[in-house]
Write a new protein. Structure first.
Length: 144
């Protein structure tokens, strides 16, 4: 990873964990802060999703409802969709040297989830995340 990509990643992580204002060079400790409450909440959602898929098929309406609930929960943790995917696109662009749009970043994450599903079809969170990434891609498609 080149220096620009490291700086972009550090800046994005710092901005995500600190209130808006003048940018300050992040410290090692600030870059590695862990919000344990958010991690536990995320783990609980993933466990619930996995249990829902074990042994019994879910109704498509229930799956979409659960995907919608995840958007709200994760939005509270990570911020708005546009800002989050702009940040992802910025970091990916810096890391690859190729300009990547927020829409393209969504589609790469959809591809990631599809790849994971090929290896493990029983993990509910891959399906839920893919549904949400597709919805985000639609929102960020740029033809509005």
């Amino acid at each position: 990873m080149n220096h620009a990509a490291i700086e972009a990643a550090a800046r994005a992580r710092y901005e995500m964990h600190n209130p808006p204002g003048k940018y300050q060079t992040p410290t090692w400790e600030s870059l590695h802060k862990v919000d344990r409450t958010a991690m536990l909440k995320e783990a609980a959602v993933m466990i619930q999703a996995s249990r829902a898929c074990e042994g019994q098929p879910m109704n498509p309406h229930d799956i979409l409802k659960q995907a919608g609930e995840l958007i709200g929960e994760r939005g509270a943790d990570y911020g708005g969709i546009e800002k989050n995917f702009e940040r992802i696109a910025l970091i990916a662009s810096a890391a690859t040297g190729i300009t990547i749009t927020p829409h393209q970043a969504c589609m790469v994450l959809v591809a990631t989830k599809l790849s994971r599903m090929a290896g493990s079809r029983d993990k509910a969170d891959n399906y839920l995340d893919a549904i949400n990434y597709l919805a985000f891609a639609h929102e960020l498609r740029g033809d509005k």
